[in-house]
Design a protein around this ligand. Structure first.
Ligand code: BG6
Length: 804
């Protein structure tokens, strides 16, 4: 009333007011229109996950959304008969509770409504899905509703995915204008190939935007806070979040429970697939990735994440230590009905060392660790900063907020542990962090509590105002169509791409046994050096895995014998490598004492990697300054190519030891910008270099391997070069890519003072048996032509290769 005369005097203002009112009205109408009926179909509704978390999450969703305009129906589905299913569901629903701050009468009212809206139905055959769809449509029509969408939550084993997906796609999609959201639970494959297969299969039924792949760690409040924390504290963190300031990062998930009751799942997956490939990787990514300008942009976050995946350095066998709690094999025998002789190699503990090859993180170790049957339950990401200050004042005068000498760390405390709740901790000598004040509050002081070596009072510590279960959070995101906390197909495949080579290389690794709980002591402590990780303590003999349940010490000693009439040393891989490394060091020390120099020719490939790492990290007395390093063979690729043997040597040995540059002799495969062209005479040039520097062209030690086809160096059965004749260095052809190779010839190898042949892994078992029986037939099995003219040949074989 009062406004009218005022507005007639100001017609422009009147118009603006009208427009604003119309926009608001339209907004309301649109919002109303978007609301409608939502069907939630929980597949596997009677299973463990559903009982523990999913029904609670759905109830929480209902508590939040009831009365806001949507109508709901919750269909719990499984294969169980209707009667049994109804009974189980009724019990689960009865046990649901409301948040503590909700009035009991309101809680009772909403719970009764939720129970009414929930039903059990058996979904077994494709026609059951059609019937469900028809029921939903009939109800909607009958009640005069509009369908908003359908959520299918797959809480079923992955082998059931394809059939269910097909049925939903063909007969249970909602009508036009309504959305479909399918929620998928891990495991999403077993390795890169199976993950790709599953993704392709699901992609034939659903659009990418319809799929919500759950990693429940992304629903945890602290994990969800990492990127926003980096964003809101950009100013303080900009200069700190890099290799100049970060000493190391730890991403940890320790559990006290073991795998009992879930062995059939666990035996197939093990700790790396169960939690590292997914949960810990997803927690690592928001720490590692470059921070997008706008962290609310889904595309930008994903792009930055994928870039971070690309920067992760490939993992090697030496990047991991694995363990298994002692009771595991027994549990596996019971649950899987295996014979007494069954011993599992499945790791229940893993420590992994990751490096990120970009300017921000070059050289910073990222440690990922998880295990079952450990001494405590806790999960966190800890960023420990370097400290190069020296404080002149006595420690009792150090003030936490000012001292440069106290440790500086940021901890995203995901849950449990001594603290008992999720929290973000920032050392007071770093900066006071900004966190959204509506949802995060300062943790109350607890004078007795020490965390990560410091009293709680040394930290600015914040925890959520209201703790929320991860599944409830994710279910709410799914309902609101918010996709940022879910795993896209690209993201999933990038992660498997990173983990699969390590998983392959660990497939036959014997895990260290540990007793479980506090008794583990320091048995699982590990240390790193360069890119190599190893347990800090040698394994106690009685804990080594045996061939039967009561191993005797002699099962594990280094075995000495003969193979092809030459000395044979056989052991478990760790001991074998240690022994070979010591023998090489002894040869080096001896040669340097007598001749002033040591000429060592090394093979490439994967077997010697562990040896290189051992030499690089454990042999301080090695006379590197007087050692010449030669290549046994090389692939015809540029020396900087990752496939080059020289690159392997560089990465695993040369960069860690001080060999003078002029003592390193890569093979000249790349001359005049061409690769192994005959006319460039690279082989002759290498032979001349050897003749000029190595007395009598007789290497002090040549390290060889043996291929599954009997090849050695790059001397192959199909390619006669180098197998006879006097030529010292030859060009050859390999049956596998890259085909062109350069290699020392048998004639040159056999002039060596000592030849060591390293043979590891079950894949070599067959050839090892065969070669043990054949005579000297290098045209068929080049390795059989290795017999030094006057030097010594020693075979180093691990038990897998030797005993199978
Ligand atoms: C699951 C794994 O995904 O995560 C379990 O399958 C593991 O083995 C669990 O115990 C850990 O999750 P949380 O939330 O208990 O830390």
């Amino acid at each position: 009333m009062l406004a009218a005369p005022y507005c007639t005097r100001h017609p422009g203002l009147w118009k603006m007011l009208m427009v604003a009112v119309c926009v608001a009205l339209l907004g309301c109408l649109q919002a109303q229109e978007h609301q409608g009926h939502v069907s939630v179909i929980l597949l596997g509704a009677t299973g463990d996950l559903a009982r523990k978390y999913l029904w609670r999450g759905l109830f929480q969703l209902y508590l939040e959304e009831a009365g806001k305009g949507h109508s709901f129906r919750f269909h719990g589905a499984a294969l169980t008969s209707t009667e049994q299913g109804q009974e189980v569901i009724a019990k689960i629903l009865e046990s649901l509770s409301c948040p503590r701050d909700m009035a009991p009468s309101r809680c009772a009212e909403l719970k009764a409504q939720f129970q009414q809206l929930s039903e059990y139905r058996r979904l077994k055959m494709p026609e059951d899905y059609l019937a469900l769809s028809k029921d939903i449509e009939a109800r909607i029509q009958h009640e005069g509703l509009r369908e908003a969408g359908r959520i299918f939550y797959f809480s079923v084993p992955p082998f059931a995915y394809a059939d269910i997906a097909r049925s939903i796609n063909s007969s249970c999609r909602p009508g036009p204008g309504a959305w479909l959201r399918v929620v998928l639970e891990k495991p999403f494959g077993h390795d890169q190939r199976s993950a790709q297969q599953l993704a392709t299969e699901l992609g034939s039924f659903f659009q990418e935007e319809e799929m919500y792949r759950v990693d429940h760690y992304l629903g945890k409040q602290v994990v969800a806070q990492i990127l926003p924390f980096r964003d809101q504290n950009r100013k303080a963190l900009d200069g700190l979040w890099n290799r100049h300031h970060v000493e190391r990062v730890e991403v940890i998930l320790k559990e006290t429970v073991d795998a009992e009751g879930r062995i059939s799942f666990y035996e197939e997956y093990g700790v790396i697939r169960d939690v590292l490939q997914n949960h810990l990787t997803e927690v690592l990514m928001p720490v590692v990735m470059e921070l997008p300008v706008n962290i609310s942009s889904l595309e930008a976050v994903l792009e930055h994440k994928l870039q971070a995946f690309r920067a992760l350095r490939g993992l090697q066998r030496g990047s991991a230590v694995v363990g298994q709690y002692q009771a595991y094999s027994g549990q596996a025998r019971r649950e899987l009905q295996k014979p007494d002789s069954f011993h599992s190699l499945t790791p229940t503990f893993a420590g992994i060392l990751i490096h990120v090859d970009n300017l921000r993180w070059e050289g910073v170790p990222f440690i990922l660790m998880s295990g079952k049957a450990l001494d405590e339950r806790v999960s966190y990401v800890r960023i420990l900063f370097k400290n190069q200050a020296y404080c002149t004042q006595s420690e009792k005068n150090w003030v936490p907020a000012q001292s440069h000498c106290l440790p500086r760390q940021i901890v995203f405390h995901i849950g449990h542990g001594e603290l008992g709740s999720p929290a973000v901790l920032v050392s007071r000598n770093l900066f006071r962090p900004a966190l959204p004040s509506a949802s995060w509050k300062e943790v109350e002081g607890r004078p007795e509590l020490r965390l990560f070596g410091r009293p709680l009072s040394d930290y600015y510590a914040y925890s959520p105002v209201r703790e929320q279960d991860a599944y409830a959070t994710l279910i709410s995101h799914i309902f609101h169509g918010q996709k940022d906390a879910f795993i896209t197909t690209e993201n999933l495949l990038a992660s498997w791409g990173f983990w699969t080579p390590l998983l392959d290389s660990l497939a036959h690794e014997v895990p260290r046994l540990y007793p479980g709980g506090a008794e583990n002591g320091h048995l699982l402590d590990f240390e790193f050096s360069g890119s190599h990780l190893a347990f800090s303590q040698p394994p106690p003999e009685q804990l080594m895995p045996g061939l039967d349940s009561t191993p005797t010490p002699s099962d594990f000693q280094v075995l000495r014998g003969k193979y092809r009439e030459s000395p044979l040393i056989s052991a478990w891989p760790e001991e074998l490598i240690a022994r070979l490394a010591s023998d090489i060091e002894a040869a080096a020390v001896g040669a340097v004492q007598r001749f002033g120099e040591f000429h060592l020719a090394l093979s490439g490939g994967s077997s010697p990697v562990a040896l290189f790492q051992q030499l690089a990290t454990g042999h301080y007395g090695f006379p590197w300054a007087h050692t010449h390093l030669w290549l046994v063979d090389e692939r015809c690729v540029p020396l900087w190519d990752p496939e080059s043997n020289f690159q392997g040597l560089q990465a695993h040995l040369l960069q860690h030891v001080r060999v003078p540059h002029y003592n390193v002799h890569p093979m000249p495969v790349h001359r005049h910008r061409r690769l192994c062209a005959e006319e460039d005479q690279g082989a002759q040039a290498y032979a001349e270099e050897i003749s000029a520097l190595v007395t009598n062209s007789s290497f002090d030690l040549v390290l060889l391997g043996m291929g599954a086809d009997g090849h050695t160096a790059s001397l192959f059965p199909q390619s006669p070069a180098g197998l006879d004749g006097k030529q010292l260095v030859v060009l050859t052809t390999s049956p596998s890519s890259p085909r062109r190779r350069m290699s020392l010839s048998l004639a040159l190898i056999n002039r060596a003072r000592k030849v060591a042949v390293l043979v590891m892994g079950r894949m070599k078992r067959e050839i090892a048996v065969l070669v043990s029986r054949v005579g000297r037939e290098p045209q068929k099995w080049p390795i059989s032509g290795v017999l030094p003219d006057s030097g010594q040949l020693v075979w180093y074989m691990d038990y897998d290769a030797f005993l199978g």
